[in-house]
Design a protein around this ligand. Structure first.
Ligand code: HEC
Ligand code: HEC
Length: 372
């Protein structure tokens, strides 16, 4: 037997052991607990939905139902099987790098927070991702639980109650508000783990084809102002978002007809935030109308449809829109105010260049299998 042939025989065994080792070691007890709760159907009132339902690994941690049918199914359906929100489910992966919502003088805009409009600010728990996780279980158009007490009771009654106490302390299920906050913290720990934020795409492994490399260069030139290509704050590879807010003029989605105009960040700031945390007392709310959080481009090939309201069924269309909004026949923007006309709208990319950009976006897909 030739030596290299023997090596080939050994290879699968080596890969298997390496894989198993990485799994076992990669989750902290808190992340392990969060992973269980992320998938717990009992966090919905009728036992039909978990976070995973709308943020599934197969869809890049976005909604797999929408992914299957991006032309007609553009927003998630709630646990009752009927209710729909007005927004497209973004990926729960790579969201955890978003800082607490704040005004960034250098960027001359708001940065951070969770959700398309930033309303899970992070100001309460110091962590927008943990704060975000506390929303869906109680949201009537999502998991629809009656109150935080009911969710904590699910944990008390669960098989993982002892793990919860091990992670957060012997009294951790007594006081409901603090137990509920810890549920958010554990789920966030899982979402930030390397089972969700994997950094295993071909881009991460430096395995780009020639077309993808051309696309990478075009993205660095034309997209990075918003979909940042700089390394993440912890030195990880690019996250393809600066977590800022921009109105790129996405048209209203006719499939959501009847919904009120979505003012995004401005609508949120004007409503809840002023009373919750008067950090932006004298801000001009109208200057934020129509702005939505810049989404990550990681795993974007799996998370159709695109845009806050799912207006674009395909990647090609959303890139075309950025490129030709002002020079081709697109429907009017949902919100006319504050539209960015400097960086998007007339990028001048040729059709072949758009092909390369889309090819590059498709290289950003991680190995999306869920580890047991
Ligand atoms: C019924 C579907 C549904 C369920 C269930 C659901 N989500 Fe979401 N999720 C959404 C939608 C829709 C949005 C966007 C809403 C918005 O921006 O107003 C969202 C937003 C998010 C975001 C924000 C990402 C970002 O970049 O801003 C995260 C993180 C997230 N969800 C995690 C979770 C977790 C954790 C759970 C379980 C506790 C959960 N979701 C349950 C549909 C769902
Ligand atoms: C001026 C900032 C800006 C620039 C430049 C920009 N984008 Fe975006 N992009 C956004 C914002 C903001 C959204 C979300 C808008 C919304 O839904 O209202 C978005 C959405 C997207 C989406 C949809 C993602 C999803 O999950 O829904 C893709 C894909 C995308 N951009 C790709 C690109 C590419 C490729 C380029 C360069 C050719 C580019 N963008 C340039 C701000 C920008």
């Amino acid at each position: 037997m030739k030596p290299y042939w023997r090596l080939l025989l050994l290879l699968p065994a080596v890969l298997l052991t390496a894989g198993a080792g990485a799994d076992a070691g990669s989750l902290t007890p808190m992340a392990q607990l969060g992973k269980i709760m992320y998938q717990d159907l009992d966090f919905s009132y009728n036992g039909t939905q978990s976070c995973l339902t709308c943020h599934h690994h197969s869809a890049g941690f976005a909604d797999p139902d929408n992914r299957r049918d991006p032309y007609t199914s553009v927003v998630s359906v709630g646990a009752d099987g009927v209710s729909k929100g007005g927004r497209n489910a973004p990926s729960a992966a790579y969201a955890g790098y978003s800082p607490v919502l704040h005004w960034d003088a250098a960027a001359d805009g708001y940065v951070g927070g969770m959700f398309w409009d930033g309303r899970a600010t992070g100001l309460v728990l110091g962590d927008p991702l943990a704060e975000q996780a506390l929303g869906p279980p109680l949201n009537p158009v999502e998991m629809n639980m009656p109150d935080d007490d009911a969710v904590v009771q699910v944990v008390r009654d669960s098989a993982y109650a002892s793990l919860f106490l091990q992670v957060f302390g012997a009294d951790a299920l007594t006081d409901v508000p603090s137990a509920y906050n810890n549920i958010g913290r554990a789920i966030a720990a899982f979402e930030r783990s390397d089972q969700v934020q994997k950094f295993t795409s071909r881009f991460d492994r430096n395995q780009l084809t020639a077309a993808e490399q051309r696309g990478a260069a075009l993205v660095a030139q034309n997209c990075a102002q918003c979909h940042s290509t700089a390394p993440a704050p912890d030195g990880a590879k690019a996250l393809f978002t600066n977590y800022g807010y921009v109105n790129i003029g996405v048209p209203a989605n006719p499939l959501l007809a009847g919904n009120p105009t979505d003012l995004g960040l401005g609508g949120f700031l004007e409503g809840d935030y002023r009373s919750a945390a008067p950090l932006i007392d004298d801000a001009d709310f109208a200057a934020q109308y129509g702005k939505f959080k810049v989404p990550t481009l990681r795993n974007v090939a799996r998370s159709a449809p695109y845009g806050h309201n799912g207006f674009f069924p395909t990647l090609r269309e959303v890139v075309d829109f950025h490129n030709t909004r002002d020079v081709a026949a697109w429907p009017a923007p949902e919100v006319e105010q504050n539209m960015n006309t400097q960086d998007v709208g007339d990028m001048g990319l040729t059709s072949l260049e758009v092909d390369d950009v889309v090819a590059f976006l498709m290289s950003l897909t991680d190995d999306l299998k869920m580890q047991p």
